[in-house]
Design a protein around this ligand. Structure first.
Ligand code: UGA
Length: 449
């Protein structure tokens, strides 16, 4: 390792300043590192350089502006500047689902190697954090070494990210584990360098798992596949509860007491969405197929199918509850983000069902505490209201689609005076049915009598 900060710690770059990269850059600066964020998007770099966060994440806007002001955190579009500055280069570009199939699109990752590698003329570590098909890291390592003037002095490590939107800062500065994927035959100081970057979290108790590159790549997709499976498992139980007249929320509580099962991630409802779980399980299936191990993951097809069925079922349930035909029915949809404490609407179950009801002819009005600008841009045919009250005024049915605290805390009696018909679908099982029924509402939820 060369150069470094005055205190001997490595200087960091973060390449790709989207959700993951912007969070990582700001948190690493908070941990005391000099950080240079790199992005090809000029507008994004301008905004971040001015300390303005282009998306919503609790606490992150404040952290970003404080770190930019401190001078420890800067942003650039220049790879030359990055190569010159960094001892450790974190690669955080996105790997979305490829248009037309299930596989992950790794073209942004390839572009980083093409642009950065020819500029790497001194020893450094490139650390992949993006979610990738297994095998990508080794391919990237070979290309880096072929293209970099520093050759074998460029090490590649894989350090997958497990942060959850809405908890991104905590998950970055105090991760529940650190996975360090290292290539056999690389400079043994690579592990020490990574441990130096994460000294704070390690001292605070974050366990470290050291493994090879392929295992590190797989850990990430395996974790997301497990989480998706857990959600779809409880949603499959919800389907059974609906058929049998049982209550999935009590069932989840009861099985969750078994420590081997655990209660977390057993909230039945509208299912999973977002920029990660849906595309990651599909990319995982696609990669397993390429490796000739497709059979091992056929169950994920069912996980995906159960998840999609919940969206259709919510629309059916709303149709059963409506006291009139769909065309012209006024529906209030509470929630647009794929989950609370986020303005992310990628593959949002809430907007998916709002869109379906709109296509059935309903007049759908959406309200979300944070995701309205994104929703308006992406789903311009829906109507939007700036307040819960405006969204619900005169509604024939209210659908709770994202469990924001503001919606959980709604007063059923007060809301009943605003709507045309007090009919409610609680698609996230987050309200107390007894309380809502006592206030005169017809209450229906997924997996509950
Ligand atoms: C997920 C993983 O939880 C992170 O560990 C991972 O780092 C991240 O993907 C990623 O790959 O970058 P995230 O997409 O932020 O994080 O959201 P989750 O909290 O996992 O929720 C995913 C979806 O599952 C949401 O739509 C949520 O509403 C749904 N969900 C979650 C349920 O329907 N039921 C539950 O019990 C839990």
């Amino acid at each position: 390792m060369t150069d470094g900060q005055a205190d001997g710690r490595p200087r960091l770059t973060v390449i790709g300043c989207g959700y993951l990269g912007a969070t990582h850059a700001a948190c690493m600066a908070e941990l005391g590192f000099e950080v240079l964020g790199v992005d090809v998007d000029v507008e994004r770099v301008k905004s971040l350089s001015a300390g303005r966060l282009p998306f919503f994440e609790p606490g992150l806007a404040e952290l970003l502006s404080a770190q930019v002001e401190s001078g420890r955190l800067r942003f650039t579009t220049s790879y030359a500047e990055a190569a010159d500055f960094g001892d450790v280069h974190f690669v955080c570009v996105s790997t979305p689902q490829r248009a037309g199939d299930f596989a992950a699109d790794v073209s942004r990752l390839d572009a980083v190697v093409t642009d950065l590698a020819p500029l790497l003329d001194r020893p450094c570590v490139v650390v992949g954090k993006s979610t990738v098909p297994v095998g990508t890291a080794e391919r990237m390592r070979q290309r880096l070494r072929q293209l970099a003037p520093a050759g074998d002095a460029v090490a590649l490590a894989w350090n997958p990210e497990f942060l959850r939107e809405g908890h991104a800062i905590d998950d970055t500065v105090a991760p529940d584990r650190l996975v360090l994927g290292l290539a056999g035959g690389d400079d043994p100081t690579t592990e020490q360098t990574l441990r130096a970057v994460y000294t704070g979290p390690i001292a605070a108790g974050s366990p470290v798992v050291v493994c090879d590159l392929a295992t590190a790549e797989l850990v990430k997709v395996a974790a997301n596949a497990f989480l998706a499976t857990k959600v779809s498992f409880i949603n499959a139980m919800a389907e059974l509860c609906e058929a049998a007249g049982a209550d999935v929320t009590r069932l989840a509580e009861a099985i969750g007491h078994d420590e081997r099962i655990g209660r977390r991630f057993l909230n039945a409802g509208l299912g999973f969405g977002g920029g990660c779980l849906p595309k990651d399980i599909r990319a995982f299936m696609a990669r397993a197929g390429e490796l000739g191990a497709g059979d091992a993951l056929t169950f994920l097809r069912e996980v995906d199918a159960i998840n999609q069925r919940r969206r259709a079922r919510v629309v059916d349930l709303a149709g059963e509850l409506l006291d009139r035909p769909w065309p012209g029915a006024r529906i209030a949809v509470l929630g647009a983000a794929f989950k609370p404490h986020s303005d992310d609407i990628r593959d949002s179950p809430a907007l998916n069902v709002a869109g379906r009801m709109h296509l059935l002819g309903a007049h759908v009005t959406v309200h979300d505490p944070k995701a309205m600008p994104n929703a308006r841009r992406t789903w311009p045919t829906l109507a939007y209201a700036d307040t819960i009250d405006d969204a619900c005024a005169g509604a024939h049915l209210v659908l709770l689609a994202t469990e924001w605290p503001q919606f959980r805390e709604l007063d059923p009696a007060a809301l009943a005076t605003l709507v045309d018909t007090p009919a409610l679908v609680d698609a996230r099982n987050c309200l107390d049915p007894t309380r809502w029924r006592a206030a005169g509402w017809t209450y229906r939820a997924l997996g509950r009598p």
